[in-house]
Design a protein around this ligand. Sequence first.
Ligand code: NAD
Length: 498
Amino acid sequence: MKTGRRTNAKPNETVERELMLIDGEWTASGDGRFIPVENPAKRGIVIAEVPRAMETDVGHAVKAALKAFESWKRIPPRDRGKLMLKIATDIEAQSEGLAKTLSLETGNAIRTQSRGEIALAVDLFRFYGGVASEQKGETVPLGEQVLCYSRREPIGVVAGIIPWNSPVLLGALKITMALTVGNTLILKPASDAPLAVLKMARICDAHLPKGVLNVVTGSGNECGTMLAKHGGVRKLSFTGSSEAGKTIMAAGAERIVPVTLELGGKSPQIVFPDANDDHVVQSVINAMRFTRQGQSCTAGSRLFLHTSIFDSFMDKLVKKLSSLKIGDPLDETTDVGAIINRIQFEKVCNYVKDGLEQKGSSLVLGGLPPKEGPLAQGYFMEPTIFTHIKNEWRIAREEVFGPVLVAIPWEDEEEAIRMANDSHYGLAAYVYSHDIGKALRAAHTIESGWIQVNQGLGILPGTSYGGFKQSGMGREYSLEGMLDSYTQRKCITVNLQY
Ligand code: NAD
């Protein structure tokens, strides 16, 4: 392990300590304090510790990133792209170790989730590495005597703040988009899941000049706030809850720095009567991200089923979900892992209790977690479905961020779309029908940033991804997402007659 200047903190003998990356050095925090990282599948047993960054650490990181920016921005985009491609190869070579760490800290099942997440991170490095030369400007036809052209220039030091649910994927996203176009980055992973991100940063660090990528660890209230408010940071890129997103936007407003927000969701799935089959049942399960314990911003957690197919579709759905195996995330036979931490586990349980208390609601699968037996050894919850739910109820309006699906019947298309749009969120949506005209009419009317028709898959590089309404602003994952969110245009007008 490469260590840096401030590693004199007394080590805790029992758990592994990972350090953070500042100015090309692996370092502890200035005051030597650490925070624990827990294993959710073992009810929070501490598996490692990471530094609790203090203000001076964030300051060092910003200073290093500012210094590195001066030379990094001058490297031709194609050469920065080549570095992204080299990093991709090295991440791929270490993917199994990364996937294990990711499963240990997040509780996500290695077979159904973590390996795929690492593979997608590799894809992102390849995608953005490949399109690096597309950082092109335009010429403006102002006349024969004038040359007017624009350049897409990097913005400066970017702060990338990410949540725990897909840390490697989202970390890779911030790194690739910010760095490929010449910015430098300070990445802050969530305190619940910093380990795999730090491992990925070690791989990146071997290829990048010092200070180009920095990773600071700590809580949102401390480290995240210090980063968002730091005067040297010129761009805020935040993925997380809508609530925290509002404070990030306020911090950006204070200094007029551009802000990208990828926030929460309560995404609808609309099933038309002609789509009552096994493919759609499986797609609904995929879209609800049940094998990620529903802990996905794009989870299709409101299922609008036509009344004519409600019961038979529900029978098939319950049967299929009942066959999923819940348990140890590192077990190759496990489909569904654990909820991230005790607070989130209790929050999801409270939503289930709330659903049970609503007059007329009906629990058709899952419910409150077992108090005894193997599943009680970790923060495990079964896939849970409520029917006879009203779209106005809390459980149908708020983001549960757990494996809880609510099913709501509908009679006519307009009613289904009105209910789907009756939400302050607008991230994703899913529509199922063999009648493609009908499905596309619905897709064009739904107020969401990303709509899938007849599938419930995850995001792929190239897709322009981002939210409507309180699900966010700005786009990521795509070429134009990188260009629009991570560069600024400069226009130059030249008098050719002089
Ligand atoms: P969160 O908002 O609590 O935390 C996200 C990150 O922000 C963490 O690193 C946290 O430490 C930091 N943070 C929290 N408060 C902060 C503050 N005031 N200032 C600066 N930083 C702060 O979210 P979470 O619980 O980690 O993740 C779940 C949420 O993330 C859900 O709402 C989910 O929908 C959302 N999410 C959105 C996307 C997307 O692409 N739209 C992707 C994944 C997750």
